[in-house]
Design a protein around this ligand. Structure first.
Ligand code: PEP
Length: 251
């Protein structure tokens, strides 16, 4: 059976005290629930203090929201995959639409980030997804296939087997507009088929593909019931312990 994952992307939100309080609340609630892997992705500055709060709680892993495309050196402001590894981080989000849109991250850059993440034993959560105009032109399947291809298809099969993909239609991120279950299922199936075409059905069947885009406690169950949806990447609703827990419990 495929792994189920719910990851919270906190983006650029919360003070340190607020982040610690949210982590404590999650840690308390998570003690007896283990059927899903839970990841929190706070701002990088908070990764260490959050790990301290989590302590022995192995139910919740930490992830970064980004990493540098460079290995080491004079890159002011950057955080490398090696640094994340040395700080005990398990996951890293790569290619979030906000990074693509506001920081002009291109597929080649994302491929480098994926490579460095894997070299440093981080699990990439690779994001893909189309803007509204692309969907309206019915070009969303081709676009997402090409996003996956351009940043991941240089990898050998052993490497791709460790990756998590998050399908996040950009028009659904932070907008309150969610993809219908049919739209989510269709796109997840397209991605899985594309992976199968390149790496074989067995690799594709094992790959967790998460849905992201306005997942909330009241729509999570329906989305997660789709056969190819293996959990979610959650933005806004991951900032409240109660909502995030409700989403985790919907898996
Ligand atoms: C995201 O930013 O990855 C996301 C899915 O955000 P939201 O849940 O707020 O739409």
């Amino acid at each position: 059976m495929r792994e189920k994952i719910v990851a919270g992307n906190w983006k650029m939100n919360k003070t340190l005290d607020e982040a610690v309080a949210l982590t404590s609340d999650l840690s308390e609630s998570m003690k007896s629930s283990a059927k899903v892997k839970v990841v929190v992705c706070p701002p990088s500055l908070y990764l260490k203090p959050i790990q301290d709060v989590l302590g022995e709680n192995a139910e919740i892993k930490t992830g970064a929201q980004n990493c540098s495309e460079y290995e080491v050196g004079a890159y002011t402001g950057e955080i490398s995959a090696a640094m994340l590894q040395s700080a005990g981080v398990s996951y890293v989000i790569i290619g979030h639409s906000e990074r693509r849109q506001y920081f002009n991250e291109q597929p080649g850059t994302l491929a480098k980030k994926v490579d460095l993440a894997l070299q440093h034993e981080l699990i990439p959560i690779f994001c893909c997804g189309e803007m509204l105009d692309i969907r309206e032109r019915n070009e969303h399947e081709a676009l997402v296939r090409s996003q996956v291809e351009k940043s991941l298809f240089h990898l050998p099969a052993e490497a791709i087997s460790t990756i998590v993909i998050a399908y996040e239609p950009v028009w659904a991120i932070g907008t309150g507009k969610t993809a219908t279950t049919q739209q989510a299922q269709d796109m997840h199936a397209v991605i899985r088929k594309h992976i199968a075409g390149k790496y074989g059905q067995e690799v594709a069947d094992r790959m967790p593909i998460l849905y992201g885009g306005s997942v909330k406690p009241d729509n999570a169950k329906e989305l997660f019931s789709c056969p190819d949806v293996d959990g979610g990447l959650i933005g806004g609703a991951s900032l409240k312990a109660q909502d995030f827990m409700a989403i985790i419990n919907a898996v």
